[in-house]
Write a protein that binds this ligand. Structure first.
Ligand code: SF4
Length: 334
């Protein structure tokens, strides 16, 4: 089993050794998943957030300056219909952390499940919630939940998010206990972060027993305290993707859009480093421009781009890996 020291060494590789690392990661991916990439359809449901993350333009301090939006249940069902029409069976709702999303999403889920004849994965990324809210969403039919800790370093986490890492971990444990397929992830390039800290993030996620894990390069966004901080290192991010694949071969690991924002070929290289998920954006255009996760100039993944990307890497698109699998018991992977 790879430990923090092993992972730190993998993260430092460059040149031919880095290529070898990517090849090992691709091989592991093929062993577990075949030559396939999971395709998700995402819609962003609100740009309002009660948290004040240093790196995010949707942070609480910017609420007044941003034009707020919040989709309703009918909107979510409409977007899900568009996702279904594209042949995608992973419907992904993400948004800022506000309590109102529980009801809006909870009301939409059964209607979406019915539309799909129950053959759909409902994936959520709506931040910290109370356990009874997670329970309600699960009962309504949610399958999976992404809750990134961003960094597993408790001090840095508190500096960046103004919340405790502990509160995030409690939510992650609640999600696992309730039978969600759970994703987490980290940002690469936060102030004061070093190689060992990135390695610890990956090993930490394995020890949590999650089913999906992402790494994304930090993207400096305007109107945030970190606007002047340099962007995350793409090579290090790619190595972290490959190392994650070796640490836990059956993880779903996305090639995130922030990779393409930082470097033109970033997502292609993410897939070549062992990632196996691409997310296509279905947010209605008017709202998409207001969802400022990386500022106004973010990179939006559309259907054609994703298809081209997957074909170029010699992989084929596929649907949810969780459908038809037995619901995990609490702690079955820890
Ligand atoms: S990163 Fe998420 S939790 Fe933090 S301010 Fe942005 S939307 Fe809110």
């Amino acid at each position: 089993m790879l430990d923090v020291q092993d992972v730190s060494e993998l993260l430092a590789l460059r040149g031919p050794e880095q290529e070898e690392l990517f090849a090992r990661a691709r091989l592991k991916r093929t062993e577990v998943f075949g030559a396939e990439v999971v395709v998700r359809g995402v819609t962003e449901i609100t740009n309002q957030c009660r948290v004040n993350c240093e790196f995010c333009p949707m942070r609480r301090d910017n609420t007044r300056a941003n034009t707020g939006f919040r989709l309703g249940s009918d909107d979510l069902v409409d977007v899900a219909a568009a996702i279904k029409a594209s042949g995608i069976d992973v419907v992904f709702f993400q948004g800022g952390e506000v309590p109102q999303t529980t009801r809006v999403v909870g009301e939409a889920i059964p209607r979406i499940r019915e539309m799909y004849g129950d053959d759909v994965e409902i994936l959520l990324n709506l931040g910290n919630k109370r356990r009874d809210e997670y329970e309600y969403l699960r009962e309504q039919g949610a399958t999976s939940y992404i809750l990134k800790y961003e960094t597993s370093d408790p001090r840095l986490n508190e500096e960046m998010r103004h919340e405790t890492l502990e509160s995030r971990l409690t939510c992650l444990q609640d999600l696992l206990d309730l039978g969600y397929r759970v994703g987490t992830g980290s940002i690469i390039g936060l102030p004061g972060q070093d190689l060992r800290s990135v390695a610890r993030d990956i090993v930490f996620a394995r020890d949590l027993g999650v089913h999906m894990c992402s790494v994304a390069p930090f993207v400096p966004a305007p109107d945030t305290p970190l606007a002047g901080h340099p962007g995350g290192d793409v090579e290090l991010t790619l190595n972290a993707i490959a190392a994650s694949r070796l640490v836990q071969p059956d993880w779903l690991i996305p090639a995130v859009s922030a990779l393409s924002k930082r470097a033109g070929e970033g997502q292609h290289r993410g897939l070549m480093a062992g990632a196996n998920v691409i997310t296509i954006n279905f947010t209605p255009e008017e709202q998409r421009d207001r969802y400022l996760i990386y500022g106004r100039e973010r990179f939006v993944v559309k259907r054609d781009y994703a298809t081209r990307l997957i074909t170029q890497t010699g992989l084929t698109p596929r649907g949810s890996v969780f459908l038809g699998q037995p619901v995990p018991e609490a702690g079955d992977r820890a």
